[in-house]
Design a protein around this ligand. Structure first.
Ligand SMILES: Cc1cc2nc3c(=O)[nH]c(=O)nc-3n(C[C@H](O)[C@H](O)[C@H](O)COP(=O)(O)O)c2cc1C
Length: 143
């Protein structure tokens, strides 16, 4: 098993149809599963939802990242998974989060999803990472 610390950054298109409430429920489930699984294998990171896209940073032992990303890619709740970066790193950016979350509400009355106003499909891995880092730092709900 390769244990060297790596970071993987990708974005994907949302495939969860229906109301904002349904989207929110599914994302809550994704986060619950992610936090449970990631904690077991030493993966940390952040997930963002904005304008119909997911963006995610995963960091941890290389083998754990690879296994996690294999499962994520097969998930029908998103499509067109596009890898932006998979690199060795010296330190984690999201060390205290099994999976932080920042998102944008489609309905203003859904609290807890802050606006992101960010086009994920037009950025590099570094840009997505730094956007997520600043959003998570600002969000009291990310933990
Ligand atoms: C956008 C997105 C991000 C996800 N992120 C993670 C993650 O970080 N860790 C994880 O274990 N599963 C993640 N999942 C869920 C996996 O695709 C899969 O459903 C889950 O790992 C299965 O876990 P289980 O066998 O414990 O139910 C994500 C799914 C989506 C759609």
């Amino acid at each position: 098993m390769n244990m060297s610390l790596h970071r993987l950054v990708y974005f994907s298109a949302n495939e969860i149809a229906g109301s904002t409430a349904r989207l929110r429920e599914e994302v809550d489930q994704i986060l619950e599963t992610s936090r449970r699984n990631n904690a077991l294998v030493g993966v940390t990171g952040a997930l963002m939802f904005s304008a119909g896209y997911f963006g995610q940073v995963l960091e941890g032992p290389q083998a754990a990242i690879e296994m996690t990303f294999e499962r994520i890619q097969q998930d029908a709740r998103h499509a067109d998974v596009s890898l932006l970066e998979f690199v060795p790193i010296a330190t984690r950016t999201f060390e205290s989060w099994a999976m932080a979350f920042v998102g944008e509400p489609a309905d203003a009355d859904l609290d807890g999803w802050q606006s992101t106003d960010f086009n994920m499909s037009a950025v590099s891995g570094e840009e997505l990472l730094s956007k997520l880092h600043s959003l998570v730092a600002k969000s009291s709900l990310a933990a």
